[in-house]
Design a binder for this molecule. Structure first.
Ligand code: SF4
Length: 288
């Protein structure tokens, strides 16, 4: 007795195969003599689609940090956060002085932010999303229309591609943290302007410090240039390890660029393979 894969699952598999072909992994075939999956295979594949961890990922264990109490319930009111560096201290040094910083506290400090002109056209502040103890943080440029609508980073077409890339690494979105340089959508998706980046980036740096990932992946030039404080074009250092405050950082192309230039996907995949090696990630397929 045989059964067909559910249509939604067929579509998911087709998307995944297209993605692998785009990044240069091909040669998939279906065995002759087994043209249609048996019901137990259908059940197993469907279960794996629901729980993609059936592709076992060995990710080195990391001690999870105890979460601080929610700011509003803290017995001591949080100290005001100095966002402007006092004389004699660099901004980075100042940021180091924020004690007991946490993502909820950073979000609270951001508040209903009107620090730059982007607040006038946004619908929602897109703070960031994912695992607060992630070993891997992706940083993009700024929210687009879908993100502005939903309040979550990378949920549009480019976000779908980023999700595929994360899954190709053997991870899920919930394993990593994703955020942007600016938290409000620039009108017409233009690049954020220097004054906007200057106002918003201290919050990004605090997010990175608080999460303390092992690896930061900058998606596109704006993220890389902001964090590394450089004007160099991304093509000069894409795919090369950089150091950022004791952490490893690599810059690669933004998924939105890949949607316009699919040929660059294989470059990005090479960069992500370096990240996988650094994190000790290996994808082991279960024997069937
Ligand atoms: S982009 Fe950043 S600094 Fe500007 S209004 Fe939004 S949250 Fe505030």
């Amino acid at each position: 007795m045989t059964a067909r894969l559910p249509e939604a699952l067929q579509q998911k598999l087709a998307e995944r195969l297209r993605f692998y072909e785009d990044i240069g992994i091909g040669g998939f075939y279906r065995e002759r003599g087994n043209p249609v999956a048996s019901p137990d295979v259908v059940d197993r594949v469907a279960a794996e689609a629901v729980n993609p961890r059936s592709e076992e990922v060995s990710l080195p264990k990391r001690e999870s940090k105890p979460l601080p109490p929610p700011p509003l319930m803290a017995s001591v009111a949080p100290k005001p956060v100095p966002l402007t560096a006092p004389t004699g201290l660099s901004l980075f040094e100042t940021l180091n002085k924020i004690e007991n910083d946490s993502l909820p506290l950073i979000r609270e400090n951001l508040g209903d932010c009107k620090r730059c002109k982007l607040h006038k056209t946004r619908n929602t502040i897109v703070f960031g999303d994912g695992n607060p103890n992630a070993q891997l943080v992706f940083v993009g440029e700024g929210p687009g229309a879908d993100e502005d609508e939903q309040g979550l980073p990378f949920v549009g077409r480019a976000g779908k591609l980023l999700t595929q890339m994360i899954e190709a690494m053997g991870l899920q979105r919930r394993d990593v943290y994703i955020c942007n340089v600016v938290k409000c959508r620039p009108p017409q998706n233009r690049q954020p302007e220097p004054d906007e980046v200057a106002e918003c980036s201290p919050f990004l740096l605090r997010q990175i410090d608080t999460i303390a990932p092992k690896v930061i992946v900058c998606l596109g030039a704006t993220a890389a240039q902001t964090i590394l404080q450089t004007n160099r074009g991304i093509s000069h250092f894409r795919g090369e390890w950089q150091e950022f405050r004791g952490r490893k950082l690599i810059a690669t192309y933004h998924p939105a660029y890949l949607l316009r230039n699919p040929a660059a996907k294989s470059d990005v995949w090479k960069d992500l393979q370096k990240v996988m090696a650094e994190l000790g990630l290996s994808v082991k397929r279960k024997a069937t």
